[in-house]
Design a protein. Sequence first.
Length: 603
Amino acid sequence: MRNKSLTDQPDGPPDSSKSQSTKGILNFTLKTSLAGLTIFLVFLIYSSNLEGPFVFDDGSNIKSNPAIRLTQLSWSGLKDAAFKSPLPNRPLAYISFALNYYFHSYHPVGFRLVNILIHMSAGGFLFLFIKTTLGLPALQSRFGNSRWLPYIAVLIWLIHPLHIQSVTYIVQRMNSMASMFYILAMLCYTRARLTQSPTIKWLLAAACLVSGILALGTKETAATLPCFILLYEWFFFQDLSREWLKRHLPFLIGVFILLIGVSLIYLDGHPFERILSRYELLNFTLTQRVVTEFRVVILYLSLLIYPHPNRLNLDYDFPISHSLIDPITTLAALMVIVGLIGIACLLAKKDRLISFCLLWYFGNLVIESSLIGLELVFEHRTYLPSMLISLMVTVLADRVVRSKYLKIATICAITMVFSAWTYERNMIWSTAVTLWGDTVRKSPQKVRPHNNLGNALKSQGKIEEAIVHFNQALQINPAYAKAYNNLGTALAAQGKTEEAIKHFGIALSINPGNAEAHSNIGVALATQGKIEKAIAHFKAALNLKPDHAKVHSNLGAAFVRKGQLQEALKHFQIALRLMPGDVQTYKNLQICLKLIKQNKKLN
């Protein structure tokens, strides 16, 4: 038996510090790898359609919005983008569009890359918020060891097919960016409450305030943020204390008054008039909208659970509820909503996280699913509410599925299915024809999809097919001015000028404020050589829409034909200022300048 020397290592367990260090490195490597794979997966899903066209409200807010055409970085240019755009209550969104335009004009790739980046950032902030929440003293005993729950919840949320409309639909950056700042504000508040350092606490509180302001400056739905910060404080830091509510009642009343004040500012101090005025343009009343939204909120829940691409639609033809029992599913939907909110209240003490997630869902749908006169259904409205629904479903599934291997198999299956569905749905958005064709298939009796599909077909030169859909739109709604106007442009493309002018005239008789119809009549009259009448219609169009670049260009061309070159030059210059880089206008400008030069030589 050998004697131990002084250099021999003693028998016993391995060095625990080395073991912990190795374990920490492995955990960090695994987490970093998973984060990288998630980013790659999300980018892969959405990058399949970077070149897709601007569609629907992208037109009025981006493509036809001269305020965002930033040619040099300046405070005045950014200010114009913020407050001279169609929705000046959302200045930050328009500033982001203006910066996109500044760097790459109207190339859709840049716009969509920013949207994808915003979506990923929102997912990152959501992960940190969920992780921080599960580590709170009020929840740590129950979720302290649930290291994977935040990742799984966020993964499912990031790849969910329902969010196509908030990411691929460019203008809905308004929605996704507001949600990103919203969840960042919640994260900053939570971290501020947990930190012991006064300096860091105040910095985080300031970051929370700034994030909240940025969210509100991107979309008005962020107005619910103070309510959820207070609810979060009461749920997770104050242990649902009634005494705390009583002590802070003046502060709570102050927050309520602040929210009313913000609402009055957004509604120009006349809330009832502004809300009711919106219904003049809709085919349903305020009461009908409110009761219909009960069913819409349940539809959203069903789409979150089963988001098959065949169920998703850009423009739903959703049946209106005329009362709580017409149809009877309205009452059933209301009972489900009341039941779920009741469950949330009953669970508040025993299962606080699930309770808060349910209240988060319904509370963040209140603004767009209640009184305000908006379209009945849009999928992007689920983006913020679904953040914690994803967490709730993940937590409940974790409780039900006990086997570790079955959990892994379920997560993998959901990831593959949702990724495939999102990819498939995203490809539908790759062209205007496929998008509106899909919408027409799902909403065959709705006028707008037929009209927009007709426009998409017309832009591809498929005039006969376009005319079929314009006529179908008019069969559904014979008073739809846009369809008459678009049918006129299709007929004009076929050389049927007189028939086209007739349809433009009908569009104007229905809607005298239709600048496009005036412009189109002007173009048709110019092709007939009726320059004076054409100029009159171009001027009428500009009276209605002074910043219409195409009309300025057409008016300039008409003045050239009339020999009024200086007038023509003025309108070409305005057109290029409004739409820099327009090739046809630039060519017309060069012709005009050449004619002016020739006239000077002759004189």
